[in-house]
Design a protein around this ligand. Structure first.
Ligand code: ADE
Length: 252
């Protein structure tokens, strides 16, 4: 059984703690037919999104949320006391939800972490700006630090939207077909095989014969070969893990 909305009667709950609440739901709110799975699901209340303005928890008259880094260096750091108030107020409303902070210093986001979050009741995502957040508030709350890739964004908001999108499309009733989920990139530890549709020939380029053969066993074998070749070529890290075979997690 999943821990998300379908079981409890509550929608999967996404919360963004941010200095830019107007960035949400952003593209995830587009709900005109066929435009966005997440937007459609939001309008159907399969999930709910709240953005919390961190600046509302600043106490001085200038509503200060940042200060210069201890030890020197460029830019500004988000203050522990202000972020703490935002986290505590949010947790009081939502109850127990995983709390994550989007940062290039975090562990890489994986499909298996996405799946686990989607199976739970939701997630609170702290979005950093400036140089980042005072480490003490992250440590005090045991925040999980997550990166969406080895590049630096101007803030955590776009990364939070990425995380929400990846989770929401896995919620029951959102993606339409569970079969397409099993075959997509990462679900088997491999990149997905290449896709084709009609016409059978376009600008002199043909759809591979096997895909037009109707021979399901051969099609499956061809797709597996293609998935393995792409993974080997593009993602040697994934290939090594795949080639090692399933790891018994109890023994590691
Ligand atoms: N904030 C800025 N860059 C980021 C990244 N690569 N991943 C997650 N959050 C970020």
């Amino acid at each position: 059984m999943t821990g998300n909305g379908q079981a409890s009667g509550k929608p999967w709950q996404a919360v963004a703690l941010t200095l830019f609440p107007q960035m949400f739901p952003g593209s995830l709110g587009q709900s005109l037919a066929g435009q966005s799975l997440a937007g459609q699901a939001l309008s159907e209340a399969r999930w709910a999104l709240e953005s919390v303005d961190i600046r509302a928890f600043a106490s001085d008259k200038h509503r200060t949320v940042d200060d210069s880094p201890c030890g020197g260096g460029a830019g500004m750091v988000m203050r522990a006391d202000v972020v703490d108030l935002a986290i505590c107020a949010t947790q009081q409303k939502t109850g127990d939800l995983p709390l994550v902070y989007m940062t290039p210093r975090g562990r890489p986001l994986t499909q298996s972490r996405v799946r686990a979050l989607a199976e739970g009741p939701g997630v609170i995502v702290l979005c950093g700006r400036y140089e980042g957040v005072d480490q003490r508030v992250l440590d005090a709350h045991g925040v999980e630090e997550i990166s969406i890739g080895d590049y630096v964004l101007s803030g955590g908001e776009v990364a939070a939207l990425v995380l929400f999108d990846a989770c929401v499309r896995l919620l029951p009733g959102v993606m339409g077909s569970d079969v397409s989920g099993d075959e997509e990139s990462f679900e088997q530890g491999l990149l997905e095989y290449p896709l084709y549709t009609r016409p059978a020939e376009w600008q002199g380029r043909k759809v591979p014969d096997v895909l037009m053969s109707g021979h399901h066993k051969n099609i499956r074998a061809w797709r597996r070969e293609q998935a393995e070749a792409a993974t080997k070529d593009r993602r040697p890290d994934l290939w090594t893990e795949y080639a090692l075979g399933p790891v018994d997690k109890d023994k590691t």
